[in-house]
Design a protein around this ligand. Structure first.
Ligand code: RIB
Ligand code: CA
Length: 317
């Protein structure tokens, strides 16, 4: 079993990622924490509860976390991509969960779940990294209870919210730098360069919709999202970024990681939020005097058809 904590900003693709975790027998879902991002914190929290209710998971504790980044104001959300309610304005199709949020905050819930865990836990952040940075700063002792952190975020060759930055990192670059550069916890980064290559098409979505009531509901939640990605890609394609990252957490081996030192641009120029991966190779880095700092496993490739097939099989189960 893989014990998981998901930190999320649902979000259509977050909903697919949570659904994948709930549909995977290998997963022991310890908790879900929410963060601002695609929409505001109240909405991401309500959406997380509703997706868990769809899978009958009244047992999974949910706690709300940061409603803003660590340092600078950042009013930008992604309603144009995910709809005003974060789920293509179709969140009302999902059941309300009888069990509300836990009586604590996200960081406290993550800390207590980690402290109580018998084995190290995989944390899957699929939104801005604010909660994770706060957890590691406020509870340094929990580092030994984290097996690895599997993050959806970053762009190595061109962003989605600016020319250089991907939304999750751009939403809180200071938090991202804490987690990706300053920490030492084993980390996998699944960047949008790869998630875009895993885009699913109308046929894939039709098969999911035909798989049963939950598959049909997940597809119902994609209407605004599909319109955005068809325009953004210029073709029939929907990028379920977070579900690709969750694939690595749930079923390691389909994504191919490359170990790279990273930096995150925290200035206020045009490259704010950019993730810089030093791909020169060890010898070149040493020749140039780079100290070859901490390295992160960046998912640079995958068996794309196998990822899409895995997602359909699990989400359609
Ligand atoms: O850039 C894509 C990421 O930003 C995904 O996690 C999406 O849900 C948004 O949070
Ligand atoms: Ca997300």
């Amino acid at each position: 079993m893989t014990a998981l904590i998901i930190d999320t900003d649902p979000g259509v693709d977050d909903a697919f990622a949570i659904a994948l975790a709930c549909s995977s027998p290998e997963v022991d879902l310890l908790g879900v924490t929410t963060v601002f991002g695609n929409v505001g914190l109240a909405m991401t929290t309500r959406n997380a509860l509703r997706v868990l209710a769809l899978y009958g998971r009244e047992d999974v504790p949910v706690a709300a976390g940061a409603d803003r980044p660590l340092v600078y104001p950042h009013p930008h959300r992604a309603r144009h991509v995910h709809g005003d309610d974060g789920l293509s304005d179709r969140s009302n199709l999902l059941p309300e969960r009888r069990t509300g949020v836990a009586g604590t905050d996200a960081v406290s819930l993550m800390a207590s779940l980690l402290e109580q865990a018998a084995e190290p836990v995989t944390i899957v952040p699929i939104g801005p990294l604010t909660n994770i940075a706060l957890l590691l700063a406020a509870h340094p002792a929990v580092r030994t209870k984290i097996a690895r952190i599997v993050i959806m975020g970053g762009a190595l060759d061109g962003g989605n919210v600016t020319a250089t930055a991907e939304f999750n990192i751009w939403s809180d670059p200071e938090a991202a730098r804490r987690v990706l550069v300053e920490e030492e916890v084993p980390t996998v980064l699944v960047p949008m360069d790869l998630t875009h290559r895993c885009a699913v098409d109308a046929e894939w979505l039709d098969k999911l919709a035909a798989s049963g009531p939950r598959g049909r509901l997940l597809v119902e939640l994609t209407s605004t999202y599909r319109e955005h990605y068809s325009r953004a890609l210029g073709r029939d394609g929907t990028v379920i970024h977070d579900a690709v990252a969750m694939t690595e957490a749930v079923h390691p081996g389909l994504l191919t990681p490359t170990s790279l030192p990273l930096e995150v641009e925290c200035g206020h120029g045009p490259s704010r939020g950019m993730v810089i991966a030093d791909r020169r190779g060890t010898a070149a880095r040493e020749r140039s005097g780079s100290d070859g700092g901490r390295e992160v496993a960046v998912a640079t490739d995958a068996d794309l058809d196998a990822v899409r097939a895995f997602l359909l099989a699990r989400l359609g189960s």
